[in-house]
Design a protein around this ligand. Sequence first.
Ligand code: GRF
Length: 210
Amino acid sequence: MNPIQIYFMSKLKVGVLASGRGSNLQALIDAINKKEVDAQIAVVISNKGDAQALDRARKHGINAFFINPSDFEGRDAYERRLVEILDEHEVGLVVLAGYMLIVGKLVLEAYRNRIINIHPALIPCFPGLRAQKQALDFGVQYSGCTVHFVDESLDSGPIILQAVVPVFENDTEELLSKRILEEEHRILPKAVKLFSENRLKVDGRRVRLT
Ligand code: GRF
């Protein structure tokens, strides 16, 4: 048996990076607790001390760390610490769940093809901040959310799953965000499940489901 096979025989340990509310983290915790996903959240790290995500993690007995980027001299030093913590927790998959910083090369290199992000738009449309507002302003009739692998580009790595929602005539940013968020909570755990079952193969821009 090769090391990759052995690796996938043990339960996947997930490290979650989050900056705020943590509702996607919660959806993942719930899916794991309901045994819909056979994985374990080994650690949650936030760049914000007051992130609700940290409280949610602690409430469920998950190790949670606030790592303040301004305590470090530059992004590399900060990311070196992130990698250290992720490695210490034997993380096999990093999930960005509302992580508001761009992932730099140290984390990318350490976890190549093992970092996924949830973005509240159908990429490649509307990368970056306030994607739901961007969609409304553009006048699209449909938007949605995407779980994708993270690479050097912003919100545009290979797509794992997408979900579409309609945009209504009288939508506000808040209403559309809420409609999209429901789908985020559905597809993020599903993507983690597929990863944990070793069913995702990255082939150039395509993610093939095996
Ligand atoms: C979500 O809309 C996610 O798609 C985006 O940031 C938001 C985070 O929400 N990247 P939460 O912290 O998971 O509630």
